[in-house]
Design a protein around this ligand. Structure first.
Ligand code: PRX
Length: 630
């Protein structure tokens, strides 16, 4: 991966901005900087509230900020209801294509509402009320939209778990959130094979006392076991009278919880990030509108799975809040051929395409011809998220896919931030590899260890200065961990966990995580989770996992494993441990390499020094070893 150049600048957009808000983007930016709260208040005023707020921000109990205090609404009021009663009633809200390409399902805002009402009626009949948690473990099918929106409509809190996580991972998330209901499918299609979702749910809920019901959507037709006291086919429920009739959208306090989403941290179990209705709604609506300059005739495709925050904010909520048409494809990018995505863009006339650098790198390898044989001229804007985009991938995406005319919006943000934090607008000149500047209303600063701002061009810790509406409100059930993780390193500042630098033009260049979080193919994994999965193998005594640079995945996991007495590290055991991680955590967490070792470098207090392992593996200077135990 070659070095990025701070002086390489692209200005592809001017002719497209004439007459639109984008012409005055610098003025909007300056006004938001001078008075962020008024900026956010104006954005909130563009949406429907059944009761207006009394106060934009209550910061009397930092870092537990409250937004739009006293306001009442529901994200569904704005994502669905207001379109059904307005000019978007018959506009397509969602287009979906199956992995085998044989089925296309489309939903206007009117018919999306019907589906959401039906699912809301059903889950309410199952005793789900405001504040109750519901775990959603579904593949990329329209029902994931219905389920999320149905929960939100009733004021229930959804917890979507990526349908590639193991039974162990699912079970711990169900238990932590104390979900009453699980919504799943019989299976999911992955490159022509079935992944047995229902079996995994069965195993996960076996010891979950809180789960009263499981709803199963039939997708693959796979044989599954149904427990008559707990499991229900969705197509049976749909035919019952309970599913019929209108279902009112419950009006909630702006600060009522919308969802929990588990994400990995440096230590311990995954963190249950909590987002709320009012602020999250305003934040995702606004950032999508500005960064992707949403237009009436857009077809917006975010390739992320609804199991990650990108899917929540910019596949489901953001596009619907903007009354846009969102597109979802069930399968993987190379099925059955490496041009599947390009074929879909051509066929559906996708205008805005938002994906991850790892996907771009993996598709680049198949050569330009797979893309250039398709007419991709509908593309107006491109987007990137999840990890830094290296110059080679940027140029390929921009030149070959975007035809050198579509601005490439690099968006930096996190599960915790809920919405973009560093991301330009299309009219802002672009530098490959930089997200540009903080979004309107936000300011970022790079600090050194002591908390002093570092000069431009120098690397340091990325922090955010202003509160923003879609900020996580807490870690569900663990306020103290929320304070300790994000707000204690630099009091009053949100610590991101990323290293970055700023250049002389005020553009931010994110380098990567500074903690024990590894981004593998854009997926966020904690070393602690990976190690705990490895350590649960009976032959293993202890282990350390690190991320090493990988051409396609960005980072690949390399594990150092100490075996129990009587076991020998060989190829067979390597494969066994890799498979073990796959089934006990997720296939995405499977180490690329395992090195058997007699001991791990530790501090005198017993902490594994992963940086020493990383330096050794990369042949770099091991740095200060004075705290090393041995
Ligand atoms: O390290 C940053 C990286 O992804 C982390 C957040 O991961 P997650 O919560 O899973 O959310 C991913 C999608 C929003 C960040 O701390 N990251 C995300 N976007 C970028 C990025 N790194 C560089 N450039 C980006 N555009």
């Amino acid at each position: 991966m070659s070095e990025s150049s701070e002086s390489e600048i692209y200005r592809p957009y001017p002719e497209a901005v004439a007459g639109s808000w984008a012409e005055n983007w610098e003025e909007i930016e300056a006004r938001a900087k001078a008075d962020p709260y008024t900026y956010w208040e104006e954005r909130a005023s563009e949406l429907v509230w059944s009761q207006r707020w009394d106060q934009v921000v209550d910061d009397s109990n930092k870092p537990f900020y409250k937004w739009f205090v006293g306001g009442k609404t529901n994200i569904v009021t704005n994502a669905v209801d207001r379109h059904v009663t307005g000019p978007h009633k018959n506009k397509l809200a969602l287009i979906w294509e199956s992995e085998d390409g044989k089925t296309v399902r489309t939903f206007s805002y009117f018919s999306l509402n019907r589906e959401v009402e039906k699912m809301s009626n059903i889950i309410r009949a199952m005793g789900v009320n405001k504040g109750d948690r519901v775990t959603i473990y579904l593949p990329r099918i329209p029902e994931v939209f219905f389920a999320m929106l149905a929960c939100a409509k009733l004021g229930a809190v959804h917890s979507v778990v990526f349908a590639g996580f193991s039974a162990d991972a699912l079970s711990s998330r169900i238990d932590d959130s104390e979900s009453k209901l699980v919504i799943t499918a019989d299976g999911s299609w992955i490159n022509g094979s079935v992944f047995p979702l229902k079996d995994i749910v069965d195993e996960a809920v076996r010891f979950s006392p809180t789960v009263e019901n499981v709803i199963v959507v039939k997708r693959t037709g796979t044989e599954v076991t149904m427990d008559p006291t707990r499991d229900h086919w969705y197509h049976d429920l749909e035919n019952l009278p309970i599913s019929r009739g209108r279902c009112e959208t419950v009006q909630l306090d702006a600060e009522d919880p919308l969802y929990i989403l588990y994400t990995s941290g440096s230590t311990g179990k995954p963190k249950a990030i909590l987002h709320t209705h009012g602020g999250y709604m305003v934040g995702t609506y606004t950032t999508l509108k500005y960064t992707f300059d949403i237009r009436e005739d857009d077809r917006f495709w975010c390739t992320a799975d609804a199991g990650w925050v990108t899917g929540h904010s910019y596949l489901v909520y953001g596009p619907l809040l903007n009354g846009a048409t969102t597109f979802m494809y069930e399968g993987g990018p190379t099925f059955p051929h490496p041009d599947r995505w390009w074929r879909l863009i051509e066929h559906y006339g996708i205008t805005t395409f938002y994906t991850a650098p790892t996907a771009i790198r993996s598709l680049m390898r198949f050569g330009d011809a797979w893309a250039t044989r398709h007419d991709l001229s509908s593309l107006r804007l491109l987007g990137s998220v999840g990890e830094p985009i290296n110059p080679a991938a940027w140029h390929w995406f921009y030149d070959v896919i975007g035809g050198g005319k579509a601005p490439l919006m690099d968006t930096w943000w996190q599960t915790e931030t809920g919405m973009f934090q560093i991301a330009g607008v299309p009219a802002m000149p672009q530098k490959p590899g930089s997200g540009g500047r903080p979004v309107f209303g936000q300011e970022a600063e790079i600090l050194d260890e002591a908390g002093n701002p570092v000069p431009d061009g120098q690397e340091g810790f990325l922090t955010l200065k202003n509160p923003w509406p879609a900020m996580a409100r807490t870690i569900y059930g663990d306020d103290q961990r929320f304070v300790d993780t994000y707000w204690s390193t630099y009091p009053g500042r949100y610590t991101t966990g990323d290293a970055a630098k700023r250049d002389a033009d005020g553009y931010f260049w994110v380098i990567g995580r500074t903690d024990d979080v590894i981004k593998v193919s854009g997926h966020r994994l904690g070393t602690a989770e990976v190690e705990s999965a490895i350590n649960s193998h009976p032959a293993v005594s202890e282990s350390a996992a690190i991320g090493l640079p990988h051409e396609v995945k960005g980072n690949a996991i390399h594990a150092f494993v100490v075996l129990n007495q009587g076991h020998t590290g060989n190829r067979e055991l390597t494969e066994e441990i890799r498979a073990h991680v796959s089934t006990h955590l997720s296939p995405i967490a499977k180490p690329d390499e395992i090195t058997f070792t007699d001991s791990l470098p530790k501090t005198r207090s017993g902490k594994i020094m992963r940086r020493v392992l990383r330096a050794r593996a990369l042949g770099q200077d091991e740095g200060d070893l004075s705290t090393l135990e041995d």
